[in-house]
Design a protein around this ligand. Structure first.
Ligand code: SF4
Length: 288
């Protein structure tokens, strides 16, 4: 058996928000020899380890308070206003790499909150996720976060609702959640806030997956969009496999296959996709 085709999805790899943050970290590292980021710069442990070897240090909120760095990167997910206040008080120079799409959403939520004091702000997203914490922070912690249809069904609020989603949320489920709330409440304003970099990948990924015998999806388990996009692959191609790196690949995965498509999350670096492709070729003993 030989594999005739091993392709990498041309739409896979970092989105522009992650590219911008990683480039900034690399610039800091080359200028200062080390850099510090509040929280993991990307939801991919392998890329994180590569940057750590170059001198990137990841700190949490506690360490920021107890051992403040002189300069600190804010990653693409963004932060609530309290983090900026703390950094100012502690004399930390912020290198702000909040993704422009997240920044726009933060501004929209902050504006809605300040202009409509009687409106309940509801955010569909993962509770405790860094981006969601940054969004809730725009409302003095008053926004309600829901993560499932069940929570939308049991939501009990009076008056107007403004609904937003985390940028990397499952947009199909977001639509269902909007419908549930609109059926229960007379005044619901739905904001389309799923990021195009994630949303547009879904139809493209469906098309890509249908063209191969086997699909290898490369992502870290911690990536929200990675899990969502992998489910898209699996729904189209039952021979879709989730791997974190080339070491997860076993020859049995390719049994009887003559074509392999490789894709990944918006937090999966291109070099890792290339590694996975090389290993696929090596396993099959082909020069492709
Ligand atoms: S997925 Fe979208 S919002 Fe999130 S970092 Fe990438 S470009 Fe920005």
């Amino acid at each position: 058996m030989s594999i005739k085709l091993v392709d990498i999805d041309k739409y896979a790899g970092f989105c522009f928000g992650v590219t911008k943050a990683i480039t900034s970290a690399e610039n800091e590292l080359s200028e200062f020899g080390s850099a510090c980021c509040l929280g993991k710069i990307v939801h991919n442990q392998i890329e994180e380890s590569r940057l750590e070897k170059l001198g990137l240090r990841t700190i949490g909120k506690n360490e920021m308070q107890t051992n403040p760095p002189s300069r600190m990167l804010i990653r693409a997910h963004g932060e609530p206003p309290s983090t900026y206040d703390d950094a100012k008080r502690l004399g930390i120079k912020i290198v702000d790499e909040t993704c422009p799409v997240v920044l726009k959403l933060q501004g929209l939520i902050a504006k809605t909150y300040s202009e409509n004091p009687d409106c309940t702000i509801v955010i569909f997203g993962k509770k405790g996720h860094a981006e969601v914490n940054g969004l809730v922070g725009q409302t003095d912690g008053k926004a309600i976060v829901i993560s499932s249809l069940e929570e939308a069904e049991s939501l009990n609020v009076e008056g107007k609702i403004a609904l937003f989603s985390q940028t990397t949320a499952d947009f199909q489920m977001y639509g269902q959640i909007a419908d549930v709330l609109k059926n229960k409440h007379s005044d619901v304003e739905v904001h389309e806030t799923v990021c195009g970099s994630v949303k547009n990948r879904v139809p493209r990924l469906k098309e890509f997956c249908a063209n191969y015998d086997v699909v290898i999806f490369v992502s870290d388990e911690a990536s929200s969009n990675g899990r969502m996009l992998f489910e898209v692959c699996r729904a189209i191609n039952s021979r879709s496999y989730f791997v974190t790196d080339a070491d997860d690949l076993q020859a049995e995965l390719f049994s009887g296959a003559s074509s392999v498509g490789i894709s990944g999350a918006t937090s999966t670096p291109s070099w890792l996709l290339d590694d996975v492709r090389s290993k696929c070729c090596k396993i099959m003993g082909d020069k492709i």
